[in-house]
Design a protein around this ligand. Structure first.
Ligand code: GAL
Ligand code: ZN
Length: 724
């Protein structure tokens, strides 16, 4: 899982994300609908110019860079814009940290500087996405309204500086945010080259522990539960005498949300609600901004937000509801080059948030880091990273950042241009991508990834496992990645979906680590199989109910008849142990069980693998059961060797009647975008070796324009797009 580790590192740089850093460290140790008006494909119409569409019917795809006019002398602006134009760029994202420049004094707005930049950008036909600047409050706001500053777990108020300083419960901050948002919307609503908005920047944190947040949490709970009796039941407060008798007695639980102790002592159900509450606070904050923008701005202005892939703090399905499409920030380059499984899975999740294509709002350009920086993108890598996202449903591409800043915390977070501002290698590679995308856009229009396979990604399970992983290192992302990576190697596209999504369109559904299993969801999974679906689930699925209390049932609870098994006992396999898997003539390799094992008794299911360990000889490790028209698979352990997952996936695909269409050498990724009668096969070589792939003959490779023969050779980081 090295690639995950690399890609996760992106989130390790910020103080507000420290908690996740710690968790990750512990853990590691151990469509777009074409005609939807607000889609990324939506028409982006400037009154003074013919309509462009982001990958729409007549238009252009958005390609550009994150730009900070406030970082450079005005005299430089035109040089930059000219270079952008020459590179084939048509968009910049602006202003997301420029609050104090736009509102230097409370209630007095100065947009002239931005108007001036926008007018110049327009001259070069560069459009703009404007960020609402609320991720950094002006110093005056902190001085005048100190209550807007968040409070840490230890009761200390955050000292203004850095960014993400605010308390999301604070009414004053919400008003300040609404006012600057409204003022921007009013001011820029008719600016011809403003095409859309980014709310704030990378929502998440700080998790504030102020009195207002506590009171707000109490209100939120009152609204959720109605009576204290219900709350006490949901939280299981008969344990340790934690019964509360007034709403005011409810405290912010000790959930380790700011890092530190890996075994927080707070009530797990209270922590689970606390995480939901904090997610809701962010969603509400965004909602205020979205309302303000929609009220003022023309219909064709889109609203998006830059998500952080697997970031666990915010329920992105909820956050996404207010957005026209989601965007995300992709920083996959840190250590030794690896196969970018994580960035593919992240892209599929981002597409899954709204079941729509997405935009890359920040794409890595060069060495990244705040204090120390990591490796540079190698020749061809910028292009390869862009194509990987394109292959998974990105309908636009914005690099972070245009030019490396000479000041501030991000002096070492390198852009397309270095400190010197010269358009060198990285710039040229981005320009190459832009010109190739222009060639491809007519084929890409109206296409997205269509998958027969879905993996359920559930924030409730993430939040439950965050506080109580069960066995060491257990977390949803890694659990999913074991299977996901095998699909990647098999060249099979996967949708990452919410538990609420319609399952009926999928032939195969995986629900790894789905610890929170409300009865309704269990019924839904059972029905899916009964009606002919193939479902795989695994360790710890269904242990808990929707309040994060353990079900009073023998595992796997309501799934038992469908899976044809019972699990009366289970236990961790500690890091100093491995159990050999007993081959029941199903798998060809020899494999070892690690981390965890269910002691499974078959109640009709076929036993596909067991354990060689003396005390587990009578139990199953992997099972399959026919139920209704479908099949229920269960994997009760974690297997050390990835070859096991390759074998498993190929059997699942067979059961589900899904054919692999291409034989891939290791390190080459395949993904298909289709729609509007077009089918495009993307091939991406993630390795630094030459790779040969057998492909359909007589098709067109769209980048070179050449007809295909029976195989294609891809050099280091080389890509191909074949029209099937
Ligand atoms: C992103 C963030 C940017 C910038 C970048 C580099 O996560 O949205 O504003 O900080 O990281 O640190
Ligand atoms: Zn607060």
């Amino acid at each position: 899982m090295k690639s995950n580790c690399n890609e996760n590192f992106h989130k390790m740089k910020k103080p507000v994300l420290k908690s996740w850093l710690r968790i990750s460290t512990v853990v590691i140790l151990g469509v777009l609908i074409l005609n939807s008006k607000h889609s990324v494909f939506a028409q982006v119409i400037s009154p003074q110019r013919p309509p462009i569409e982001v990958l729409g019917k007549q238009g252009e795809m958005l390609i550009g860079a994150d730009y900070y006019p406030e970082h450079w002398p005005k005299e430089r602006w035109e040089t930059d814009l000219k270079l952008m134009k020459e590179a084939g760029f048509n968009v910049v994202r602006l202003a997301e940290f420029a609050w104090v420049l736009m509102e230097p004094t409370e209630g007095q707005f100065e947009f002239d500087w931005l108007d001036e930049f926008l007018a110049l950008a327009d001259k070069y036909e560069i459009r703009a996405i404007l960020g609402t600047p609320t991720a950094v409050m002006p110093a005056w706001a902190a001085r005048k309204y100190p209550e807007t500053l968040a409070t840490k777990k230890n009761g200390q108020q955050i000292v203004w500086g850095a960014r993400k300083n605010n308390c999301f419960s604070n009414g004053t901050y919400r008003l300040l945010s609404e006012r600057i948002t409204r003022a921007m919307a009013e001011h820029f609503k008719n600016t011809p080259n403003v095409i859309g908005w980014q709310t704030d920047n990378e929502f998440a944190g700080p998790v504030c522990h102020c009195d207002r947040c506590r009171a707000n949490f109490q209100d939120w709970l009152r609204n959720k539960y109605g009576t204290l009796e219900k709350l006490n039941t949901a939280w299981g407060t008969h344990f340790w005498g934690h019964k509360v008798q007034t709403w005011g007695e409810i405290q912010v639980p000790d959930c380790d949300s700011e890092g530190g102790n890996w075994s927080p002592s707070g009530n797990p159900s209270a922590c689970y609600d606390w995480r939901q509450f904090n997610s809701w606070l962010n969603v509400r904050f965004q909602h205020d901004q979205v309302k303000a923008i929609r009220k003022v701005c023309p219909e064709h202005h889109f609203i998006t937000h830059n998500l952080m892939s697997f970031h666990p703090e915010i329920n992105y399905y909820d956050l996404g509801k207010d957005l026209d499409f989601v965007s995300w920030d992709n920083y996959p380059v840190w250590y030794k080059p690896t196969i970018s499984y994580g960035a593919a899975m992240a892209a599929d999740l981002m597409r899954g948030i709204k079941q729509k294509n997405f935009l890359i709002m920040e794409q890595t350009a060069g060495p990244c880091g705040w204090g120390v920086f990591y490796r540079n993108t190698r020749p061809g890598e910028i292009r390869k990273i862009a194509y990987q996202q394109l292959a998974h449903g990105a309908d636009g591409q914005i690099w972070f950042r245009w030019r490396t800043c000479t000041a501030g915390r991000e002096q070492y977070w390198h852009g397309l241009l270095g400190h010197d501002g010269k358009p060198l290698r990285r710039y040229k590679e981005a320009a190459q991508v832009a010109s190739e995308y222009r060639k491809l856009e007519k084929y890409l229009r109206g296409t997205t990834v269509k998958s027969d396979v879905a993996i359920i990604y559930d924030y409730h399970s993430i939040w439950s496992l965050w506080g109580q992983p069960g066995f060491e290192g257990n977390n949803v992302r890694d659990a999913i990645a074991r299977y996901y990576n095998a699909f990647f190697r098999a060249g099979i596209n996967v949708d990452m979906i919410s538990p609420e999504a319609d399952l009926s369109k999928y032939k195969l559904v995986l629900a790894p680590d789905l610890i929170i299993l409300p009865d309704k969801l269990a019924d839904k999974l059972n029905d899916y199989v009964k009606n002919g679906g193939v479902l795989l689930t695994d360790c710890r699925t269904g242990v808990k109910d929707e309040t994060n209390l353990a079900h009073k049932r023998t595992l796997p609870g309501l799934l038992s008849p469908m899976l044809g098994i019972e699990i009366e006992e289970y236990g961790a396999i500690t890091p100093d142990m491995e159990y050999e898997l007993k081959n029941e003539n199903t798998f060809s390799g020899s494999y070892s069980a690690i981390h965890y094992c269910d002691w499974i008794t078959s109640k009709g299911a076929e036993v596909l693998a067991g354990y060689e360990q003396w005390h587990l000889k009578s139990f199953a490790a992997v099972t399959r059961n026919s139920y209704g028209q479908g099949k229920g698979w269960y994997v009760g352990t974690i297997v050390k060797e990835e070859a096991f997952y390759d074998e498993l996936i190929s059997k699942l695909l067979e059961d589900a009647g899904i054919k692999t269409y291409i034989d891939l050498p290791i390190g080459v990724e395949a993904s298909i975008r289709q729609g509007n009668g077009t089918k495009l096969l993307f091939l991406i070589n993630h390795t630094e070796d030459q790779k040969k792939i057998i492909i359909p003959v007589g098709k067109k490779e769209l980048i070179s324009g050449e007809k295909t023969s029976e195989s294609i050779e891809l050099g280091i980081y080389e890509v191909a797009v074949i029209e099937l």
